[in-house]
Design a protein around this ligand. Structure first.
Ligand code: B12
Length: 219
């Protein structure tokens, strides 16, 4: 087994077990061995967290283990985000995006990855955090004169908040001033179409392409 392959397997294992310091150290070692940060996110971090989520759902692990895996993943993500930002292009802003996780939802690992990738591709991202009320999205969009409003939702219980947030834009006559996009584990294209969003993307790389497409920027 090559060094790189070993780091990948060990990192998967460390994340799964929620070993924070080991996850950080293995992430650094994998980067030093030449691994691509985005590839590590897509091929190690996301699938490992999906496995952890399934185990949680099946009662094979419980909340403390879920939290430990979440913390380890967040720590690894921070290092990977730094690596992505360091290699990012610094150009004039392609447009302003207000990004947040919807009300009552505190999952933000995916949102933060989306932020990093959009920022490193030249967008100005205004991150309003997690558990963001509909009015917070609207206020930020108006204040920042945003081009795009992007919502993340991870749970079936918080998915309806994408609709109520979008509806607030409709009710206040602001809907047509912004492109509104959604994403996150519990979102799919059907839901995006149902609520009348302008787009959906399945991961952070696809989110960059989507935002460029919506603003007429060549990809
Ligand atoms: C880590 C985790 C946690 C951590 C979160 C830490 C953090 N800071 O985010 C902690 C431990 C805190 C947590 C808490 C809870 N969790 Co949780 N959690 C997860 C887990 C395992 C991984 C989520 C994750 O980070 N994935 C990795 C990231 C990279 O993927 P992602 O978020 O999907 O993002 C990618 C794409 O979706 C996309 N994307 C994301 N956002 C956006 C936005 C836009 C605009 C676009 C275009 C794209 C896009 O790009 C990202 C990068 O590629 C999931 C399992 C799963 N399958 O999702 C459960 C899961 C989401 N959690 C779940 C539950 C139930 C909970 C709790 C209610 C548990 C409890 N009993 O307390 C609480 C919720 C508290 C709350 N009010 O929000 C359930 C939800 C079930 C449901 N109803 O749908 C899941 C699905 C687990 C399960 N199978 O049961 N959780």
């Amino acid at each position: 087994m090559g060094n790189s392959e070993k780091f990948r397997n060990d990192l998967k294992e460390a994340l799964q077990q929620g070993l924070l310091e080991e996850s950080e150290s293995l992430t650094r070692q994998a980067l030093a061995a030449g691994e691509d940060p985005l590839d590590l996110i897509q091929t190690i971090l996301v699938p490992t967290l999906s496995d952890v989520g399934c185990q949680f759902q099946e009662f094979e692990i419980f909340l403390p283990e879920l939290m430990a895996a979440g913390d380890a993943a967040q720590a690894a993500t921070r290092i990977l985000e730094e690596a992505i930002s360091a290699s990012g292009r610094k150009t004039a802003s392609l447009g302003t995006i207000v990004l947040g996780t919807v009300q009552n939802d505190i999952h933000d690992i995916g949102k933060n990855i989306v932020n990093t990738l959009l920022s490193s591709h030249g967008f100005k991202v205004v991150d309003i955090g997690r558990d963001a009320a509909p009015s917070k999205f609207l206020d930020a969009a108006q204040q920042e004169n945003a081009d795009i409003v992007a919502m993340s939702a991870l749970m079936t219980t918080t998915r309806p908040a994408t609709r109520s947030t979008l509806n607030l834009f409709v009710e206040t006559g602001s809907r047509n001033h912004y492109k509104i996009i959604i994403g996150g584990g519990c979102i799919d294209l059907d839901w995006a179409n149902e609520i009348g969003a302008d787009g959906y993307a399945k991961d952070a790389a696809a989110a960059v392409d989507l935002c460029k497409k919506l603003l007429g920027i060549p990809t």
